[in-house]
Design a protein around this ligand. Structure first.
Ligand code: ATP
Length: 255
C-alpha cells in the first residue's frame, strides 16, 4: 500500500469528492452530472434501480473508466491524473467478480497478497487477516471452483479488505446472497469501518438493506442524484417509513 504521511490524511476529512461527473457510452448518457461527497470513515451508499449509473460511478472512482465530463477525487487525488496514486489506496469489488477458479481460496489470497504487500512478512499478515474475514473454515483449502456464490463473494470481500484500503469501493457486495451470508458481509463492513477506520462506498439496489448499513446515502436515478442524506433525514423529509418509500416519493411515483 502507498505510504502517506499521517498529517496529510489528518487534514483531509473528505474521502471522495465527485463534481458534475458525466459518462456517455456512445449515445447513452449513463451519468448526467452527478455531485456528492463521502466523508472519511463513513459507510456511504449509492442506491438506485437497475441502470441508474451506480456501477459506472464506482468504476470511474476505481480508475477503470474515464469520465466524459466533470471530475472525481479520492483523498485529494484526481482519478484521471493521479490514477496510480488512487489505485494504491483503494480496493474495488466488482459486481460480477470471478476469483481464479483453479486456485484454492487460500492460494487465491496468497497470490493477491503478494501483489500488494511490500515483503513476505506483510503478505503473510494480509493472508492471515484474509482467512479470518473470509471465514470459510477448512473450505479455504478447497478449489474456488467448488464454492457457492456466497462463499466466492466472501472470499472476494476478504481479498478487498485484507489489504486495509483507505477506501473500499464495493459494487453490490451482498447481491444474490442468502440472509446469513448477507448479514455476515454487512457485519464485516461495519466492523472495518468502526474499528479500522476504512471508508466504504457501496452500491446497492436493495434500499432496505442499505438503510441498516449506511451512515449516509445518495439516491441515484437515470444518471442523476436525486437526494443525499442520512436514512433518518430522508425518511423524515418524505414522511416515509423506509428508504424504498423515500425513493418512490422522490421520483414522484405517487405512493
Ligand atoms: P445495475 O443495478 O443494473 O447494475 P447500475 O446502476 O449499476 O445498474 P450502470 O451499469 O452504471 O447502472 O449503467 C448505467 C447505464 O449505462 C445503463 O443504461 C446501461 O445500460 C449503460 N451502460 C453501462 N455500461 C455500458 C457499456 N459498456 N456500453 C453501453 N452502455 C452501458
Amino acid at each position: 500500500m502507498l505510504e502517506i504521511p499521517e498529517g496529510e490524511w489528518g487534514k483531509n476529512t473528505t474521502a471522495v469528492k465527485v463534481e458534475n461527473l458525466e459518462k456517455d457510452y456512445g449515445k447513452v448518457k449513463a451519468l448526467k452530472g452527478i455531485t456528492f461527497e463521502v466523508r472519511k470513515g463513513e459507510i456511504f451508499g449509492l442506491i438506485g434501480p437497475n441502470g441508474a449509473g451506480k456501477s459506472t460511478t464506482l468504476k470511474i472512482l476505481a480508475t477503470l473508466l474515464r469520465p466524459s465530463g466533470g471530475r472525481a477525487e479520492v483523498f485529494g487525488y484526481d482519478v484521471v491524473n493521479d490514477a496510480d496514486k488512487v489505485r494504491g489506496i483503494i480496493s474495488y469489488l466488482p459486481e460480477e467478480a470471478g476469483a481464479y477458479k483453479n486456485l484454492t481460496g487460500l492460494e487465491y489470497l496468497q497470490f493477491m497478497a503478494r501483489l500488494y504487500a511490500k515483503d513476505e512478512a506483510k503478505a503473510r499478515e494480509m493472508v492471515e487477516l484474509g482467512v479470518k474475514i473470509a471465514d470459510l473454515g477448512e473450505r479455504i483449502r478447497d478449489k474456488v471452483s467448488t464454492y457457492s456464490k456466497g462463499m466466492t463473494r466472501k472470499l472476494l470481500l476478504a481479498r478487498a479488505l485484507m489489504v486495509m484500503p483507505r477506501l473500499a469501493i464495493l459494487d453490490e457486495p451482498a447481491s444474490g446472497l442468502d440472509i446469513i451470508n448477507a448479514y455476515t458481509i454487512r457485519k464485516t463492513i461495519k466492523r472495518f469501518a468502526g474499528e479500522k477506520g476504512v471508508t466504504f462506498l457501496i452500491s446497492s439496489h436493495n434500499m432496505l438493506e442499505v438503510e441498516f448499513l449506511c451512515d449516509r446515502v445518495a439516491l441515484i436515478n437515470r444518471g442523476r442524484i436525486i437526494e443525499t442524506g442520512t436514512p433518518k433525514e430522508l425518511k423524515e423529509k418524505y414522511s416515509a417509513e423506509n428508504l424504498e418509500e423515500v425513493f418512490m416519493k422522490a421520483i414522484g411515483a405517487g405512493v
